[in-house]
Design a protein. Structure first.
Length: 274
């Protein structure tokens, strides 16, 4: 959940056994969990935000902890274990499309016991998790949330098989189109298919907006188109973090998703044009 992003700008994505020339290399603190926690803290509505995870005993780990704290995220329950923090290798081409390789590093050392201990101490109203740590951790978070009557928000990325029990507890299941297709096992009408698996679903579809599906209705949210060639890495994390924060503050899921979509668009604009 705490990862150092290494972002390389290239003219085009390389094929098998092909070398391409990169023009820019940037390193930045990232990881889906950290990104989402920072986004949630940015809402500024008084909701407290804590991050549970593990970083390595390296410079990257120290930098990631300092970065999250600087945005007001409580990192008390981020452990330090192993020699190497997680890494994400991101290739971004001239059109803004990206390919991402995730190396878990210290994230793989996060134990179910430490996560449950942290949850018991924090007792959050809403818990948002991803799959950058082990699937067992995601299962533990789902079970803890169900046992305590807390809202479980699941962003199953990177995609991996999950027990039906875990998916059924997601309220909502937050997925992009690729993830939606993987779990819904269909090429169309993702909302209907995902509602058979989860309590509610939010599907982000890039320039085509966001679909929100709950038991009583399905809504479509339009988004401001992103200019061609603009990098959107991290926008999905920002969306999920703001969504969870708005839910925690009492917002209806449809309204929370609309707010999150606007915030993610602003995040992209600020990064490139601010």
């Amino acid at each position: 959940m705490d990862v150092l992003d290494v972002v390389v700008t290239v003219d085009g994505q390389p094929g098998a056994e092909e070398m391409v020339l990169g023009s820019v290399v940037r390193e930045r603190c990232g990881g889906k969990g950290a990104n989402q926690a920072i986004a949630a803290a940015s809402v500024g509505d008084g909701t407290s935000v804590a991050l549970i995870g593990t970083v390595g005993r390296d410079i990257a780990g120290a930098s990631m902890l300092a970065n999250a704290k600087s945005f007001g995220v409580d990192v008390t329950y981020v452990g330090i274990d192993g020699d190497t923090s997680g890494r994400t290798l991101v290739e971004v081409d001239a059109s803004g499309d990206n390919r991402i390789v995730f190396v878990p590093g210290a994230n793989a050392l996060l134990s179910c016991t430490s996560v449950v201990t942290a949850l018991e101490a924090l007792d959050p109203a809403v818990v948002l998790t991803q799959l950058e740590s082990s699937r067992a951790v995601a299962e533990s978070v789902a079970d803890w949330s169900a046992a305590r009557g807390r809202r479980f928000v699941l962003n199953p990325s990177p995609v991996a098989p999950l027990p039906a029990r875990v998916l059924s507890l997601a309220d909502p299941l937050v997925v992009n189109e690729h993830e939606a297709q993987a779990y819904a096992d269909t090429d169309s009408d993702f909302a209907t298919a995902l509602l058979r698996l989860s309590t509610s679903a939010v599907i982000t579809m890039g320039a085509r907006g966001v679909i929100v599906a709950t038991g009583d209705r399905t809504s479509s949210i339009a988004v401001t188109p992103v200019p061609e060639g603009v990098e959107t890495t991290g926008a999905g994390d920002y969306f999920a973090g703001v969504l969870a924060a708005r839910i925690a503050s009492g917002a209806d899921l449809h309204d929370a998703a609309a707010h999150a979509a606007d915030s993610a668009t602003a995040f992209i604009a600020d990064r490139h044009f601010g």
